[in-house]
Design a protein around this ligand. Structure first.
Ligand code: ATP
Length: 297
């Protein structure tokens, strides 16, 4: 009998391993085909996060050699600041985030965190320093507790509860008949878009990373939920170095710097009011969006 069950328990272990390797991050980066494996250098050291300053210096990048995607991209996010990338679909915004996470290596230039080239540090230490709130949060088919604690599995129960409270999802969890043990995800309770984002926010608060990537949702949440969540996201962005991939310009109004991207280049940059005065690409995008909002109002 034991022999009969051994293969099954092996499958169980494998299932768990596979499940744990499918993170939000991978979903965020739309990895249908996984990128080529990036390997740690033999002498790679752990990233030493001192302040959390991010710097892209003359970065050129192509997924495939025959089609350049990023061209001579340079910007810095001083520790604690927020930089937002905006631009049409395909402009290269999400690529910036994938590169910061080192899902791919760049062909020219450098990306550094506190002066350390990310190619020279271990991927584990790099990814531990960066939190991601993706567009569409993947929920594991497990308890809501597991789903939030995943942000830092060694966190205490009190810390998990605190993160849920700060993400404004605690009352909702406590209102469920099975509370924290409620199974969510594919075969469990389906959460709304807003609830899923709050789970992602709670996970990230628990992880407490020095650097944050926010990939703003394109999917429509109702306006009230969206406003509330935007406020919560900006709140977590405030205390750390943040890169926002913005799809709606209203999110970026307060950014320390806005990068306007077109065809893989930064074509304009600055703060919201300065870009409006410039009356260029950004001002045009802003006018179009205001018009669209007025029409739907
Ligand atoms: P969106 O607002 O639609 O999310 P984006 O500005 O974030 O767009 P990216 O996802 O950065 O755009 O993509 C930039 C370009 O790179 C696009 O032309 C896209 O087709 C291409 N691209 C993205 N991922 C890959 C990949 N894995 N392999 C090859 N090309 C890719």
């Amino acid at each position: 009998l034991l022999q009969m069950f051994q293969p099954l328990s092996f499958l169980g272990v494998m299932y768990r391993q596979i499940k744990e390797s499918i993170t939000d991050v991978e979903r965020m980066f739309g990895l249908l085909g996984r990128p080529r494996e990036i390997e740690d250098k033999p002498d790679a050291r752990a990233l030493d996060v001192v302040a959390g300053e991010v710097r892209f210096d003359h970065v050129n990048f192509a997924y495939n050699a025959d089609r350049p995607i990023l061209r001579d991209v340079s910007f810095a996010i001083p520790a604690g600041n927020t930089v937002a990338a905006v631009g049409a679909s395909g402009a290269g915004k999400s690529t910036l985030a994938r590169l910061l996470f080192r899902f791919y290596d760049i062909q020219q230039g450098s990306i550094t965190i506190d002066g350390q080239d990310i190619r020279h540090v271990t991927q584990d230490s790099l990814r531990a320093a960066i939190g991601v709130v993706p567009q569409d949060t993947v929920l594991f088919n497990d308890s809501i507790y597991y789903n939030i604690a995943y942000g830092r599995p060694e966190a205490s129960r009190e810390e998990v509860i605190e993160a849920a409270r700060a993400a404004h999802i605690l009352a909702f969890i406590e209102s469920l008949p099975q509370g924290w043990d409620t199974v969510v995800g594919e075969r469990g309770l389906k959460l709304s878009g807003g609830e899923k984002q709050r789970v992602a926010i709670a996970r990230t608060l628990l992880k407490n990373p020095a650097i944050l990537i926010l990939d703003e949702a394109t999917s429509a949440l109702d306006t009230q939920t969206e406003k509330a969540i935007q406020g919560e996201l900006l709140e977590i962005a405030r205390s750390r170095t943040s890169l926002i991939i913005a799809h709606r310009l209203s999110t970026v109004v307060e950014a320390d710097e806005i990068l306007v991207m077109e065809g893989g280049r930064i074509v304009e940059r600055g703060r919201h009011p300065d870009l409006l005065v410039k009356n260029g690409v950004y001002a045009h995008m802003w006018a179009l969006q205001q018009q669209a909002e007025d029409e739907t109002a």
